[in-house]
Write a protein that binds this ligand. Sequence first.
Ligand SMILES: *[C@@H]1O[C@H](CO)[C@@H](O)[C@H](O)[C@H]1NC(C)=O
Ligand SMILES: *[C@@H]1O[C@H](CO)[C@@H](O)[C@H](O)[C@H]1NC(C)=O
Ligand SMILES: *[C@@H]1O[C@H](CO)[C@@H](O)[C@H](O)[C@H]1NC(C)=O
Ligand SMILES: *[C@@H]1O[C@H](CO)[C@@H](O)[C@H](O)[C@H]1NC(C)=O
Ligand SMILES: *[C@@H]1O[C@H](CO)[C@@H](O)[C@H](O)[C@H]1NC(C)=O
Ligand SMILES: *[C@@H]1O[C@H](CO)[C@@H](O)[C@H](O)[C@H]1NC(C)=O
Ligand SMILES: *[C@@H]1O[C@H](CO)[C@@H](O)[C@H](O)[C@H]1NC(C)=O
Ligand SMILES: *[C@@H]1O[C@H](CO)[C@@H](O)[C@H](O)[C@H]1NC(C)=O
Length: 713
Amino acid sequence: MATLFVLWYLLAASFGFTFAADCPASRLHISEPPYDNYFLSDCITSAHVIVTSPDANTNNSNSKPRLLVAWPAGNSGATAYFEAENNGTLGLQLQNSTADGQILDTVNQPAATGAKNQNPRVGVKGLVHFDTPALLTLPILGSIRSIRDYSEGGGILSPDVQNAVVTETFGDNGGQFSRTWFDGETTTWIDFTPTSGVEAVQIITGDKWMLRFGTGTYEFRATFNYPQLVQLSPSEVLNNASQALVRESADLTKSLSFLSYSNKLLAGSWRFLTYFGRDSMLSALLMQDILSQGEGGALEAVIGAVIERINKTDGTVCHEENLGDYAAFLARQDGIDSSAPSCDYKMIDTDFLFPILMNNYFVNTDVGKDRAALFFSRKATFLEENAGTAYSTLAERTAERIMSITAPFVSSQVASNLLHLKDGQTVGNWRDSGTGLGGGRIPYDVNTALVPAGLRAIASLSQAGYFSDHPDWADTAAKYAQVWEDETLQFFEVSVSSSEAKQLVQQYVSDAALAGPSNTDQISGNITFYGLALGTDDKPVRVMNTDDCFRHFLLNTTNQAQLSAFLEQTADHILQNFPVGLKTDVGLFVANPAYADSRSLQDQFKNSDYHGTVVWSWQLAMMAAGLGRQLARCNCTSAPDFCGQKLRSKVGNAYEVLWETINENRAQLSGEVWSWQYNNGYQPVPLSAFSTTESDIIQLWSLTFLAVHQQDV
Ligand SMILES: *[C@@H]1O[C@H](CO)[C@@H](O)[C@H](O)[C@H]1NC(C)=O
Ligand SMILES: *[C@@H]1O[C@H](CO)[C@@H](O)[C@H](O)[C@H]1NC(C)=O
Ligand SMILES: *[C@@H]1O[C@H](CO)[C@@H](O)[C@H](O)[C@H]1NC(C)=O
Ligand SMILES: *[C@@H]1O[C@H](CO)[C@@H](O)[C@H](O)[C@H]1NC(C)=O
Ligand SMILES: *[C@@H]1O[C@H](CO)[C@@H](O)[C@H](O)[C@H]1NC(C)=O
Ligand SMILES: *[C@@H]1O[C@H](CO)[C@@H](O)[C@H](O)[C@H]1NC(C)=O
Ligand SMILES: *[C@@H]1O[C@H](CO)[C@@H](O)[C@H](O)[C@H]1NC(C)=O
Ligand SMILES: *[C@@H]1O[C@H](CO)[C@@H](O)[C@H](O)[C@H]1NC(C)=O
């Protein structure tokens, strides 16, 4: 029996059999004009292919004719920008294969015998149709980061990357571009072959080399020879109780699976197709009820990825990893020849999410409790500098960091002891575009919610026996948490009298030339909110926002007067329509600058700004989950005061209204962020219509509605 098995295994291995039956291809198509998105995963590779075919309504740089292939492995990709040969409009689209009727199929070629790189060459192939003669004017091959630098960095191209592109004929009448990565071993190829009756691909030499295509259909293949990740299937990402979702929400669970691998979950596609600490942990927190537990499950993939990437010296949790060709590109800038992965540690919010998730899983679930000893005895392998360090040591570093940076405020509750962005950084929390905090340096979400919730988690972990070098933390961290919970909100509070509020809103409507109603009739008393951040003068940045959701979701605070007032203003912002509050037909805007004290501040929050008057799906999810949790407290024996007051029904109403707007926007929910136009009501529009920032069509934390549902309240 044993011998037979071994023989069979060796045979299978030596012939490179793939067990297709165990690993059927998973396909998904999502259209968001001018983008057509196709996903293909099997056990050979995972790929996201996007075809951009511009229409009359879109004319920014992202809506140029483009074929983009994104691979989770190495956060890598291949992009081809096209133009019409005759300077007119070029339409392109993918066509179904004549062989199997599919849009995309896998390519899987073994490495040449004796080649230095023994990884198979894998990728996707398909048929692309041009409706007029076309030129492929720009290939970008290698890292997704290089492609992003070009598409949203105002056309940045690195000569080191571009000069390594080789243009060659392919077969009898095709053409190809290829580029060997900085590692000298990995290559990305994109090749084109005419289908029958169509003109040969022509190579046009010159300053920049181009490929020319006639009108008609060409087969393309985009391939690379880099180690692939082990994807978790839809069924593997979900726990036993949630298996029905694989059928009931097939597209969403396929999207979730596309972003889920055995050693990490990825933030989104195509732009953020790699580890991001904040994205993966917030998603895991929101989806904890449905994600698989135990060894090989999604929750341990998230937590393990975080621990592997902790800065061993100071305990900071990694924001974004750099790997593959981009890691080598960055190292070269420091004169180092290495492809070793590295991390970006600039964020200040991510550290706190880690103990919260660690506590939720390893203390609060049975499987987690059983797994803890084995899990934390593992040794890190991903970053060279962490190699061999036990997971327990790395986790303790982060907790030490948190205890140390939160101590000064406990001694003295002054603004200068609140946590601020790192020196030299303009970003540090989820609103991480240049103007996302309106110039503020002390973020609201971090100081009022993430810090106290992180401290509560450390107290609980300590009580459960973690961090044995610091047995006092069970008490100390709880004491710290109480101070941060009770004493931080007041720094961020903005209260505007009703007459001033009416005037400010009218002025904003006129300055911003808003087509919609001012809704000032909805102002019946003071408008109160908590500013996005504190500015350099320690005064709140006067931008209303959705970040209240962090406190609602992560903390059950106990100062009753403060809790009631806090819930009341959140409810008001949901019940009041923009630009008085946050609510619109397309969802809650994550920012409302109507009460800002300057035009220049308002101008940083437009509907073309990544963190402006736009809607983020996961903020809706966290607000819904957070209000749900607060309302659920009314069912507890020691219910908070608000439960016995009129306020309870106001919060309940806000919860219902929030769910109405969520349900009306189901079509957008799995995307990252969306903008709007006003035409007799707010209508959803892709952010890319107004901005060079394209939104990801699938985003990990936007899939959290798989787990977040409306409750009876
Ligand atoms: C297209 O670009 C032109 C020039 O930049 C601009 O005037 C026009 O409004 C744009 N059209 C659309 C639909 O955005
Ligand atoms: C297209 O534009 C280029 C540069 O602007 C010009 O050299 C070329 O003659 C134009 N071709 C046609 C067919 O108009
Ligand atoms: C491709 O096939 C799908 C179903 O397999 C079909 O719905 C679609 O219309 C086909 N597309 C084209 C361009 O033929
Ligand atoms: C989940 O299902 C698998 C297979 O049916 C079973 O082996 C496992 O024990 C179940 N896990 C839990 C936590 O119920
Ligand atoms: C880790 O933290 C130490 C101490 O703050 C710092 O010197 C080092 O540069 C950090 N490592 C990385 C890779 O950023
Ligand atoms: C209303 O706002 C005004 C102006 O900011 C402030 O002085 C007053 O205290 C506020 N009243 C209440 C009840 O919050
Ligand atoms: C409170 O309990 C009732 C009865 O069990 C339940 O229907 C309701 O959903 C609970 N409310 C919340 C907010 O959990
Ligand atoms: C707060 O209370 C709610 C309702 O009991 C509960 O679901 C939630 O997990 C609690 N949150 C925290 C951080 O303990």
